[in-house]
Design a protein around this ligand. Structure first.
Ligand code: 13P
Ligand code: SF4
Length: 334
């Protein structure tokens, strides 16, 4: 069994505190105790496992989580999500401690845009403004003019003059969808999310035949062919709201299935069918999001590690485009 000091010194390698926990501990009660004792807040994304969502103080999409991080008065932010989300919370709160249960909870979309390569791409497009999806590293944010999320991207683009040249990064699917919606011709970086790219159009079409009354609701990170068959396209919060407000009884949900927990909770009499991927796996979980567990969450709160840290100059450079996003969102009441 690893002791806590060895686990702490191994954290760079393991990504989390790899120690055994007494099986008799009530983790839910312990996490509540730690929240109060340490004045800590747990912010969780909808793609987290149900147990984590159940102990969170706020569950939301990327915009909602950034807004909560900006306004919280807690001393410690425990981020149950992936690295770029916790990093955003730290950028907005440099003086606070921001914890992530597993530092290796990354994001394939974020990884698809290494800052050094993007810098070369950006230099080839002078006169272009850079709008970057929040699913990117702090280094990418520092190279951007405005950050956006799937719930405010359209408004952010439309707030700019029609003749403004724009680079959109890193998600080519979201960028393509936004080009269609806004009638712009943004230059797209060739990145994508491994989870949203593998939904099977063929299997969704077959599901739709078996459930003719079901609404297909999809996240804009999906490929164009999938988005074309969707009745509604939106961020995770948008999808949840649509499922609550639409009168259909069945929904085929084309995003990471963690969102089904809140959908089922708020509409217990409706049926939510997770869309299948085009491989032999039964589910389409995000392997990064699912690296966080209730045990790791408890340990990171107890020992206040792993913690998000970054150089001061990066914090400052990455903050500007996030603040710009939050300002524009406020202007539009988002
Ligand atoms: P939103 O929650 O902003 O819709 O983003 C989904 C996502 O892929 C987060 O990683
Ligand atoms: Fe990244 Fe896709 Fe996972 Fe979201 S679902 S964290 S975009 S890999």
């Amino acid at each position: 069994m690893t002791d806590i000091n060895t686990a702490k010194s191994n954290i760079e390698k393991t990504g989390f505190l790899d120690v055994d926990i007494d099986v008799n501990i009530d983790l839910f009660a312990e996490i509540e105790r730690l929240k109060k004792e340490k004045n800590a807040i747990i912010l969780a994304h909808y793609y987290q496992e149900p147990d984590i969502q159940d102990v969170a103080d706020f569950i939301g999409d990327s915009l909602g989580l950034a807004q909560q991080a900006e306004k919280t008065e807690a001393s410690i932010i425990v981020f149950a999500g992936v690295h770029f989300m916790a990093e955003t919370a730290k950028i907005l709160n440099p003086e606070k401690k921001v914890l992530l249960p597993d530092l290796k909870a990354g994001c394939s979309l974020s990884d698809s845009a290494p800052p050094a390569l993007f810098k070369m791409f950006k230099d080839k497009h002078p006169d272009h403004l850079v709008i970057t999806y929040i699913n990117c590293s702090a280094g990418m944010k520092a190279l951007s003019d405005i950050i956006c999320t799937s719930s405010n991207a359209e408004k952010i683009i439309e707030s700019l003059p029609r003749d403004q040249r724009i680079i959109f990064a890193p998600d080519k699917n979201l960028g393509g969808y936004l080009n269609k919606k806004t009638g712009r011709n943004m230059v797209l970086w060739n990145g994508a999310c491994m989870v949203h790219e593998i939904f099977s159009l063929e299997k969704i079409t077959k599901l739709k035949l078996r459930h003719p009354g079901a609404k297909v609701i999809a996240h804009p990170e999906c490929e164009d062919a999938v988005l074309r068959v969707a009745d509604y396209i939106g961020s995770t919060t948008g999808l949840l709201k649509y499922s609550q407000q639409n009168e259909s009884k069945e929904f085929i949900v084309v995003t990471e299935p963690g969102i089904l927990h809140q959908m089922q909770r708020s509409s217990p009499h409706k049926t939510f069918i997770p869309a299948p991927p085009n491989n032999s796996c039964a589910c389409n979980d995000c392997p990064h999001m699912k690296l966080n567990t209730l045990e790791k969450l408890y340990l990171c709160m107890e020992y206040e590690q792993p913690e998000i840290t970054m150089p001061q100059d990066l914090l400052v450079a990455a903050k500007k485009p996030i603040e710009r996003m939050l300002e524009i969102s406020k202007q539009y009441g988002l």
